[in-house]
Design a protein around this ligand. Structure first.
Ligand SMILES: Nc1ncnc2c1ncn2[C@@H]1O[C@H](COP(=O)(O)OP(=O)(O)OP(=O)(O)O)[C@@H](O)[C@H]1O
Ligand SMILES: [Mg+2]
Length: 213
């Protein structure tokens, strides 16, 4: 990895965990250190990807096969990786992404019970060995996340699932964090907004310092 290349940071967790609010907060800290930041999200992040996102989240569509959902996620991701993430990183920008591949393992793997080996095959096919440099996992009890999300907006197609579905997702995320402790930074997202921001700030400052050394 050349030193001018930016870092790729992903923000993961169940609905209402605080991904989007803290991504904005991290962006401000990184920009204040003089780096350029590209913000993006999945599914979506590109013009094509946002159209795929609209299909994935449409609450009026009939039930979609889990494989279809997974393939649409990776179709959006391939476009995103090739046409937005890689060019931005190569231009020296830091890229902050609201959900990435870990979400496919957690939602389509843990949530929808797709065999993780099939997901790993798609990951290798679409991304090769590419992974986030750091993944912030916002972890909190499902009931707290869902009540935060509900207070904010109407449920989309995926948010309408039962709480068991989100328990499986939370557990999948936590298992992934155990397997890759260097890539993951687990944030206790049940704390107050200030408490969570403090954790994010410390972790982001550490990344900035490492990049300067
Ligand atoms: N630590 C916190 N304590 C209380 N409320 C919070 C906290 N963090 C975020 N919120 C609020 O909870 C809601 C969800 O936060 P946010 O949108 O950042 O979560 P998210 O993980 O991006 O959710 P989604 O997956 O639905 O996009 C927002 O209204 C936000 O202001
Ligand atoms: Mg969000």
């Amino acid at each position: 990895m050349s030193n001018n290349r930016g870092l790729f940071l992903t923000f993961e967790g169940i609905e209402g965990a605080g991904k989007s609010s803290n991504l904005d907060y991290a962006k401000a800290i990184i920009e204040a250190s003089g780096k350029k930041v590209t913000v993006s999200r999945e599914p979506g992040g590109t013009e094509v990807g946002e159209k795929i996102r609209a299909v994935l989240l449409d609450p009026n569509l009939p039930a979609m096969h889990a494989d279809t959902e997974l393939l649409l996620m990776f179709a959006s991701r391939a476009e995103h990786y090739q046409n937005k993430i890689l060019p931005a990183l190569n231009a020296g920008n830091w890229v902050l992404c609201d959900r990435f591949t870990d979400a496919s393992f957690a939602y389509q793997g843990g949530g929808r019970n797709i065999d993780v080996n099939r997901i790993a095959a798609l990951e290798a096919w679409a991304l090769g060995n590419f992974k986030a440099d750091k993944t912030f996992l916002f972890d909190l009890p499902v009931s707290v996340g869902l009540s935060r999300a509900k207070a904010r907006s109407e449920a989309d197609r995926i948010e309408q699932e039962e709480s068991d579905f989100f328990e499986r997702i939370r557990n999948s995320y936590l298992m992934r964090a155990i397997v890759e402790p260097n890539r993951f930074c687990v944030i206790d997202a049940s704390q107050t907004m200030e408490g969570v921001r403090g954790q994010v700030e410390r972790a982001v400052e550490e990344l900035i310092l490492k990049r300067i050394e």
